[in-house]
Write a protein that binds this ligand. Structure first.
Ligand code: NCD
Length: 329
């Protein structure tokens, strides 16, 4: 069904030219501001479409999207599924636990099998950094990275940016504090790339064991105390302790961690009075965030992030399916 808002958004794309000219979406690193802005603008029109209760089912009719998740996911997988369905694609969720991967099939063999099925869009989550890049070299489909190891999670950074832009009216010039387990977080890395590219001052805050030394090379300022890291921040982004990626105990007990690094109202008071609180989920309440903050309608935009996730993924599927980068790497 044609829809005026999305049609206007896409018309704008046609007039200004498409700045996102890659076949795949593997990372935020390397994207230029115009490409990021254009994806966010298109996503914005999908927010309005979704809120109007209408769909755009003709756009991806006859196309196949496969969700290939080698790691657990609730939000990201359902959000891609919904985005694909709202655009009319045939969506298949491959449950890896019941697939041949558990019978010893390699990633490359799995990719070759999927390729033979003529899938158009392949959404991949994998615990190895770089796995989506490897797949992109083998399959004909456009590959979207839904999180690879500790490296990148590009659609999460885009949905975070859209949430920030809608709440704050801009991205450039804001001070964003990303707090917690930076070392194991692909969300942190993608956000650092996006937010620094778009002109934010980015701080990372956490215990020394969870902040890799080389992170400063990405143009962020490192803090080990919440009181200092949060002072005057416009955006406070909390991250989960990714214990499944820790080979040894890098943090004390959950109780002690919460005391020093858990976001509660007292620590949040250091940020600007109108600061927003974000979390990509899943949240561990009482560990990195207090329920009173997570559920505080005045500051928390955590539910809005989930809503923006669907719109951002629709925009990404839309742009990639237009095939502007078919002949480019
Ligand atoms: C994140 C992930 O998987 O990287 N979650 C998500 O996609 N919403 C963060 C996490 O697992 O803590």
């Amino acid at each position: 069904m044609p829809h005026p808002v999305v049609d206007a958004g896409r018309l704008l794309l046609q007039r200004s030219g498409v700045f996102y000219r890659q076949k795949h979406l593997l990372a935020i690193e390397g994207l230029e501001p115009p490409a990021i802005s254009q994806l966010l603008d298109l996503a914005e029109s999908y927010v309005l479409l979704n809120r109007s209760g209408k769909t755009q089912r003709d756009l991806l009719r006859g196309r196949t999207l496969i969700n290939l998740f080698f790691e657990d996911s609730t939000r990201t997988r359902t959000s891609f599924e919904l985005a694909g369905k709202r655009l009319g694609a045939d969506v298949i969720n491959m449950a890896v636990s019941s697939s041949s991967v558990n019978k010893g099939e390699t990633l490359i063999d799995t990719a070759a099998t999927l390729n033979a099925m003529h899938c158009d869009l392949l959404v991949v989550r994998h615990d190895q950094s770089g796995a989506p890049n490897l797949l992109a070299q083998i399959v004909d489909a456009a590959v979207i990275n839904a999180g690879d190891g500790t490296r990148e999670h590009p659609t999460q950074a885009l949905l975070d940016a859209l949430t920030i832009k809608r709440r704050k009216g801009r991205i450039a010039g804001l001070t964003v504090a990303i707090c917690g387990d930076i070392a194991h977080s692909r969300v942190a890395r993608s956000n650092i790339h996006l937010l620094t590219t778009m002109g934010c001052q980015v701080r990372v805050v956490g215990p020394p064991t969870l902040i890799p030394a080389e992170i400063a090379d990405l143009g962020v300022t490192v803090f080990h105390q919440m009181a200092e890291g949060l002072a005057g921040a416009d955006v406070v982004m909390m991250l989960r302790l990714q214990r499944e990626r820790m080979s040894r105990g890098l943090v004390p007990s959950a109780r002690e961690y919460f005391r020093f690094y858990g976001l509660d109202k007292a620590k949040l008071a250091r940020a600007k009075p109108d600061a927003i609180v974000m979390h990509p989920g899943p949240m561990n309440r009482g560990v990195e965030i207090d329920s009173a903050v997570a559920d505080d309608a005045l500051h928390s935009v955590i539910k809005e992030q989930v809503e923006m996730g669907v719109a951002v993924r629709m925009a990404v599927l839309d742009i990639l399916s237009q095939g502007h980068g078919r002949n480019e790497p």
